[in-house]
Ligand binder design. Sequence first.
Ligand code: GLN
Ligand code: ZN
Length: 751
Amino acid sequence: MQKNWVIGFPRIGEQRELKKALEAYWSGKSGYGEVEKISKELKKRHWGYQKDAGVGYISSNDFSLYDNMLDMSITLGAIPKRFRGIDDETALYFAMARGSKDTVAMSMTKWLNTNYHYIVPELSKDDEYKLNIKKVRDEYLEAKENGFKTKINLIGIVTYLALSRAVDFEDSFEAFDKVLKIYEELVSEISKLDDEIVVQFDEPVFAKDVSQKELSLLKIAYERLSKISTSVKIAVVTYFEHSKEAVKVLVYTGIWAIGVDFVYGEKNVEVVADIKSSDKILIAGIIDGRNVWVSDIDKKVEFLKSLDMPKERVIPSTSCSLLHVPYTLRYEDKLDKNIKEWLSFALEKLDELRIVSKLYFGESLDNNEKELLSKNRRALTFRATSKALHNQAVKERVAKIEKISRENPFEIRIKKQKEALNLPILPTTTIGSFPQTPELRKLRRDFKQGNISKDEYESGIKRYIDDCVAFQEEVGLDVLVHGEPERNDMVEYFGEMLDGFAFSKNGWVQSYGSRCVKPPLLYGNVSRPKAMSVDWITYAQSKTKKPMKGMLTGPVTILNWSFVRDDQPKDVTAKQIALAIADEIDDLQKAGVKIVQVDEAAFKEGYPLRAENRAYYEKWAVESFKISTSVAWDKTQIHTHMCYSDFNDIIQTIEDMDADVITIETSRSGNRLLKVFKRVGYKKEIGPGVYDIHSPRVPTTDEIKAQIEKLLEVLPKEQLWINPDCGLKTRKWEEVKPSLKNMVEAVKSFR
Ligand code: GLN
Ligand code: ZN
């Protein structure tokens, strides 16, 4: 058997077949049979791809109709009370994932620091767990029938518990004993499936800063699980960062193999010696499962050789599941040929893995592999010297950045801004977007496909802006927006207008459930050939006497939501974007725009898993934001918006960004989080969202009044803005109109 390992494979389908089947089923357009049929086809196809690419360790149970954490909850019988009456297993599964008419869905959150979202297990103190091995067994046998011998993927117990929520007790680890019993039973049942079988337990929480408690549970869990059966070989894999502490524990348990990420956890080399002196196999994560650029095959081979490990105990692997990258370059016929050569999606990564593996083990390459290797070397040489990546002018501009703060401190700026804007107290505004109607999407699509002329397109957009402005004036909002009708996505829109970005046709990556995103490919030097938003904003401003807020996406968010080049440090790339945004702000203010909002929706997403890396992130992230906004005159008011509410541990960083106004998502967390602003004596202005836009519900005037009262208990009225908690693009006009009307109405009673 070829010695290489793939931690997991994407499942949504290279044409998003699973997405389509699921959505057709959910909407009642087709039956469940279709979902099953497509799932079978996809699994078989994906196993086939891996086998053809010479992967020795292919997974079963990495497939999922929604999410692997949710699958694990089903396997363990961790079913929250409100779902227990649902007998039909399919109905139960999707009710947990998406809610049903009688039950609220389980919540969803980011899988560590990725953009994939998992369903958060809910544990209760009187839960009785019960093994349900069906999916695990069926998928293993299904693979076997189709001629694939697979390893079985499972979420490890410590990660499962650490990422779950204890509903009615202190700490989800209190459920450890009960849950471990089910894991033991599971391993025991798995041992009956075959003479010898490999089980992969994913334990990525150990890539974070871990507690002693987690480490001691890790030890207990794998000591016990490895004793269950001699026919089950247990591999524990970690990824996204180093997991040195966990490795030092795992080497003393009876497991068979340990997987570590050498791409995002360089420090893992420090524990190779520990693995060597144990009897464990090292699963060496060397092919980047999270980014899309070609691997330097020669360097990877060299790296493996540099590890002080006997070769027969090393298995080259992907750094993590390939779930986080698109499927294949096969359909990318529109991408620039050069850029395409620098890219490597899941299928291409399988080839890289095989070639690295063969070279490391001293096997000879066939002709096709030789060809791939020389192509790889060519791409790397080209990438190292290409003009597109090494635009001297952009580089020099970044090197010469001098201005990284605004002219004057907030106290001086705010006076000039108040004079220029002349707003009432508790000014009302929105976060930027207004409903994206089907007609609007069609308009953009028609233009993109060349079905309508530029004129027709622009007049369509202008009509939307006209309506949007008229509505805002009518309800009496104080600071208006143009509504973002020209944008289908806040990052893609700017990416498409900037140099240095490319877009794939089919580079979809699962974000949650059936949802996929297609992140821009940030491959080169970023610069702004021409203004990106000025025409729309000035058009909107010409339609009203009230201040029109310019709307931009910030550099950190653009970077965090793209596949970012890996051949230069992130801070350099971020600063290039920052300069482009700075140019845009300057053009806006010169065109008469008095307020510019720089959205940093993904600022917090970029936080590293390990505290040791935080300072670097915060430094470049804050600096980039400040470079962008440093061009603003004193009287130009800079807003920023962030889509979450947990600022406790980053409040200092938020202050350092030095925005004049920050709008945040607080409606769901009450004024709890605002206390932190009070505690640190935050002086700048804040717009804590007064209602939740994620729900179709229209808030009443009284509710909003009550919310404002709560805010006033914590913050002085001079500091407060009143706005919804995020953009309105996912809502309908029927919801938005009365909601905003009620919001403005509520404010009146305080003036
Ligand atoms: N200005 C953007 C909007 O309103 C902000 C989006 C976001 O916060 N994710 O849509
Ligand atoms: Zn938001």
